[in-house]
Write a protein that binds this ligand. Structure first.
Ligand SMILES: NC(=O)c1ccc[n+]([C@@H]2O[C@H](COP(=O)([O-])OP(=O)(O)OC[C@H]3O[C@@H](n4cnc5c(N)ncnc54)[C@H](O)[C@@H]3O)[C@@H](O)[C@H]2O)c1
Length: 348
């Protein structure tokens, strides 16, 4: 059985769908601090499969222990974390407490219950300001904000754990920029308040909830001056976790992979692709650079391809189509009525 912490969230829910489709037994733990209970029914509707769910906080060891006690867990995918860079600068303590303590509690219980397989959601943010692109896994690591620091610290803890215990099989997955949604249009990304990330910002402008897009800087050393990122479809990313789980069964010790497409797109490239698929004009305004942002960031994903046999399949247009289907079907995110859900799912 696979324990998925944070499995109600954006990437977690898409990964649970892929796990269930591949007939894994799944138990989700989530405290719903950044997600909605409605996701659970939607996962059931997409997969027609059952799974277990515990509404609890992973930093609460006594509660999480019950999950290990009641279920025969052999592997863990650990998504549960706070993830907003800006918020982490304002509330560092919350980020260190939630992300670091959460991971430590999970590691403790793995030891107690002899669970040896663990997949961790890391991020391209651990490359800091990369020396060049594409970024390889052996590039130097650094961070510029508390969120990134929690990711790098947990990676360091994993490297230490792996040195100390040769039975552990640990995968560090460094995600680039996940966008898109499940093709059903019933699960997707639902940021609270004004989105930090580009795609949800674009889709909120497209449905008229935000007036225009702010483009943070057009004077970077990139082809059109706007920031370049490696956007990856969330379903491709989800499948990367299944590939990593299979790798862990080979008992490799500690492994680290970039999960990206290897292709960089600028802010304006993404806006154009979105306009092409949605036929909606996205008004934008160029503003100052955002502190801490870098010009260019895209992956060299060849290691994941060579060792996991995994590579991203979906291109930028499909990512835009799926993001738009999700947003236009769910203008208020998950707080829609169930009638609409029935209507949409009858078309899958
Ligand atoms: N989305 C991205 O751009 C991105 C990029 C790189 C890495 N990541 C990492 O991937 C993981 C998943 O990200 P996401 O985009 O799906 O975020 P998300 O906020 O949608 O999902 C995280 C889930 O974890 C839950 N959670 C948080 N703290 C918890 C706690 N203490 N106990 C139990 N549940 C808790 C939240 O309620 C939420 O459902 C995170 O670790 C994030 O840092 C995300």
């Amino acid at each position: 059985m696979v324990l998925v912490t944070g499995g109600v969230g954006y990437i977690g829910s898409h990964t649970v769908v892929e796990l269930l489709n591949e007939n894994y037994e799944v138990v989700i733990v989530d405290n719903l601090c950044n997600s909605s209970m409605l996701v659970l029914d939607r996962i059931r509707k997409i997969t027609n499969k059952e799974f277990k769910f515990y509404n609890l906080d992973v930093t609460d060891k006594n509660s999480l222990k019950i999950v290990f006690e009641e279920n025969d867990i052999d592997s863990i995918i650990h998504f549960a974390a706070l993830k907003a860079v800006g918020e982490s600068v304002e509330k560092p303590l919350e980020y260190y407490k939630n992300n670091i303590v959460g991971a430590l509690v999970v590691f403790d219980l793995m030891k107690e219950y002899n669970v040896n397989n663990f997949v961790f959601s890391s991020s391209a943010t651990v490359y800091g300001k990369p020396e060049s692109c594409p970024i390889r896994e052996d590039f130097s690591l650094s961070t510029t904000n508390p969120y990134g620091a929690t990711k790098l610290m947990i990676e360091d803890i994993m490297r230490d754990l792996s040195r100390a215990n040769k039975n552990l099989n640990l995968a560090i997955l460094r995600y680039f920029n996940p966008i898109g949604a499940h093709i059903s249009g019933i699960i997707g990304e639902e940021p609270k308040g004004i989105p930090n990330n580009l795609m949800p910002y674009i889709t909120k402008v497209a449905i008229g909830q935000l007036k225009e897009l702010n483009v943070f800087g057009d004077d970077y050393d990139t082809p059109d001056g706007t920031g370049v990122r490696d956007y990856i479809h969330v379903v491709d990313l989800a499948k990367g976790h299944l590939a990593a789980l299979k790798k862990l069964k080979e008992k490799p010790g500690l492994v680290t992979y970039n999960l990206g497409t290897g292709q960089g797109y600028s802010v304006l490239d993404l806006v154009k692709s979105f306009e092409n698929v949605s036929h909606i004009n996205i008004p934008y305004k160029i503003t100052d650079r955002r502190p801490g942002d870098i010009g260019m960031c895209y992956a060299d994903p060849t290691k994941a391809y060579k060792e996991l046999g995994w590579k991203a399949e979906f291109g930028i247009e499909r990512m835009c189509e799926d993001s738009w289907r999700w947003q236009s079907n769910n203008p208020k995110g998950y707080e829609e009525n169930s009638e609409l859900l029935d209507m949409i799912t009858s078309e899958i």
